[in-house]
Design a protein. Structure first.
Lengths: 110, 116
């Protein structure tokens, strides 16, 4: 079982603040790293799937980077908005199996 | 985009009864579906992987006779919690991979099971 660590566990920021979270995972046997946004009472929504060391992906105000050699990924949100409030999950995967971290719960206050 | 419908969203049942949770892929064919369980303040834990038309593969420590999984078609997988007990109370959620193989997983919205 992979040990996946996400930090911080929770985060409370003001609207307009930029923020970032960390996902740490074992670098050996890496295949892909998934990021999800999970709003309460909804389905987790896929944000990014990254496979290459040094990969950087962007979706609107959200971007992510990947370092497979040292085993971490950062998720950045620029100019946070209240609608960004959600739990952000990362999941390294090998073949079809994903191992999820506990997530970072983000609350953005107006 | 791909959608997975999961029902029910909440269910309360009495100890000893069985509960069935359904996951349907609405606009794509799901060759593989995954069932997860989440305890409070814990991560999503994979329970089992089901492939259409074959027996599910259960993770270590998950009782296959307690958690029956059926994946009879490319659009439907069910999880039945048999003879439920209060310790089975948890959040259960499914996800599916489409045939397109884009390595994206589409999740249902989850089921909160409470056994009283």
């Amino acid at each position: 079982i992979l040990n996946v660590e996400q930090s911080p566990q929770s985060l409370h920021v003001q609207e307009g603040d930029s923020t970032n979270f960390t996902c740490s995972f074992p670098s050996s046997n890496f295949y892909a790293l998934h990021w999800y946004r999970w709003e309460t009472a909804k389905s987790p929504e896929a944000l990014f799937v990254m496979t290459l060391n040094g990969d950087e992906k962007k979706k609107g105000r959200i971007s992510a980077t990947l370092n497979t050699k040292e085993g971490y990924s950062y998720l950045y949100i620029k100019g946070s908005q209240p609608e960004d409030s959600a739990t952000y999950l990362c999941a390294p995967g090998r073949y079809s199996t994903l191992t999820f971290g506990k997530g970072t719960m983000l609350l953005v206050s107006p | 985009g791909a959608v997975v419908s999961q029902h029910p969203s909440r269910v309360i049942c009495k100890s000893g009864t069985s509960v069935k949770i359904e996951c349907r892929s609405l606009d794509f064919q799901a060759t593989t579906m995954f069932w997860y369980r989440q305890f409070p303040k814990k991560s999503l834990m994979l329970m089992a992987t089901s492939n259409e038309g074959s027996k599910a593969t259960y993770e270590q420590g998950v009782e296959k006779d307690k958690f029956l999984i059926n994946h009879a078609s490319l659009t439907l997988s069910t999880l039945t919690v048999t003879s439920a007990h209060p310790e089975d109370s948890s959040f259960y959620i499914c996800s599916a991979i489409s045939l397109t193989g884009d390595y994206g997983y589409t999740f249902g919205s989850g089921t909160r099971l409470t056994v009283v």
